[in-house]
Design a protein around this ligand. Structure first.
Ligand code: HEM
Length: 128
């Protein structure tokens, strides 16, 4: 459905595959892995629920966990500009490696996430 939401165009299966691929990359990123839990199962579930609503699908995150308050939830973790770039690089690679996400949809999704990632930065360059 080219006229629907980004969620409609990408679909639940490709979105789930994207999130799995993304956290596999996060787990081996030297800047990101130290601030994430060793077991990323619940993190990935929450991210899939969040992105489903964020992209115009059912509001699964809100239903299960309440208002996301994303910036506040990220404050316990030092998110430097370098970590935001690393997060986005993992997402770009995951988008490239996920069959079923059309290039135009990948670009639109990436641009939306880049805005959110910039907003999550809460620590200056170089903070461990
Ligand atoms: C949770 C890091 C950007 C959405 C987390 C957690 C970390 C983290 C360490 C906690 C994981 C856990 O305890 O399970 C980062 C870093 C980012 C970033 C370094 C770089 C800018 C984003 C963006 C989004 C996002 C752009 C939205 C698209 C979430 C969600 C959760 C989460 C939904 C789960 C919140 C919850 O516990 O309910 N992130 N994040 N993050 N992040 Fe991010």
């Amino acid at each position: 459905n080219p006229g629907g939401s980004l969620y409609d165009r990408i679909g639940p299966d490709a979105l789930a595959a994207l999130v799995d691929r993304f956290y596999a990359l996060v787990a081996r990123d030297p800047l990101l892995s130290p601030i994430f839990p060793a077991d990323l199962t619940l993190t990935a579930e929450k991210q899939l629920a969040f992105l489903t609503g964020f992209l115009g699908g059912p509001p699964l995150y809100h239903e299960r966990f309440g208002h996301p308050r994303l910036r506040a939830r990220h404050l316990p973790f030092p998110i430097t500009p370098e970590r935001a770039q690393a997060w986005l690089a993992c997402m770009k690679a995951a988008l490239r490696d996920t069959p079923g996400v059309a290039p135009d949809d990948a670009r639109e999704l990436y641009a939306a996430l880049a805005r959110v990632a910039t907003h999550m930065v809460n620590a200056p360059s170089g903070v461990a």
